[in-house]
Design a protein around this ligand. Structure first.
Ligand code: SAM
Length: 261
């Protein structure tokens, strides 16, 4: 997997978490990249299997909140950690002819799958794929009407940096939407979710991809992600205004929203 050294900033000495493991901050991205490099070709099928297709509904809800304009009015979306392009495809399909999307992701393998899917859907003209690190975006200030990041932010080693980059590239008045897994706090559903996460998902991953490890990381990283109120505060600290958090499916997933004023 070729890597552009300029995309990294591995000089930090502090520790962070990779799932339940404590790792040096500078190592997390490499470990995350290995996960998505391994799963890229089976990523979409595994998403359907693991969520029972629910990820489609969550992404549709995100795009419904985004409300891309109908007609020719230009609307430029940055779908960060956009992987194989799901959110970008949904957004340009929901919007009018003026709606365009850039999918930015650090993983070339995920982007390659995304480009193939765009081609098959006839969306290559409206969706562009770019290799980029969420912590240091290669876009000028104020260049997007909206920024989305779906199931991506928890993988980024320095979340505050990514949030401040998201705000920087938004136009004033632009909106950031962050879709991320969360902790379930509905009695009984929490027990089912726990069992499903730790017993079923890694086993399913092993069955379908031959490797349980990436899926063990997935469920552990969800548990380590800050609760909605803490993440909302991180968004405010990054300078976002009118920050809200909307739980879906009993809190399995939360849609965070904030504006650059
Ligand atoms: N957004 C897509 C979706 O919802 O289907 C993909 C989500 S996938 C769980 C997480 C993505 O985050 C992977 O494609 C991974 O390569 C990307 N990623 C991880 N760290 C990143 C970083 N620092 N900058 C940009 N993308 C990153």
């Amino acid at each position: 997997m070729p890597r552009d050294a300029t995309l990294r900033s591995d000089t930090d000495a502090a520790d962070t978490h990779f799932g339940y493991r404590t790792v040096p901050l500078g190592e997390k991205q490499t470990l995350v990249d290995d996960v998505f490099h391994k799963v890229a070709r089976r990523y979409d099928i595994m998403n359907d299997l693991m969520s029972g297709g629910l990820h489609r509904a969550w992404k549709n809800d995100l795009v419904a909140k985004l409300r891309p304009p109908q007609g020719d009015r230009p609307f430029r979306l940055l779908d960060l950690a956009g992987g194989t392009g799901d959110v970008a495809f949904r957004t340009v399909s929901a919007g009018g002819a003026g709606t365009r999307a850039v999918v930015a992701d650090i993983n070339t393998e995920m982007l390659a799958v995304g480009r193939e899917r765009a081609e098959k859907r006839g969306l290559s003209e409206r969706v562009e794929f770019t290799e980029a690190n969420a912590e240091a975006l290669p876009f000028p200030d104020g260049s997007f009407d909206a920024v989305t990041i779906a199931f991506g932010i928890r993988n980024v080693p320095r979340i505050p940096l990514a949030l401040s980059e998201m705000r920087r590239v938004l136009k004033p008045g632009g909106r950031a939407l962050v879709l991320e897994f969360s902790q379930v706090d509905v009695p009984l559903l929490d027990k089912i979710y726990e069992f499903y996460s730790f017993r079923v998902i890694p086993a399913l991953g092993r069955q379908v991809t031959g490797d349980a490890e990436p899926y063990q990381y997935l469920v552990e990283s969800i548990r380590r992600f800050p609760p909605p109120e803490v993440f909302a505060q991180m968004m405010r600290t990054a300078g976002f205004a009118r920050v809200t958090a909307t739980p879906f499916t009993g809190g399995v997933v939360v849609l965070h929203s904030g504006y650059r004023i």
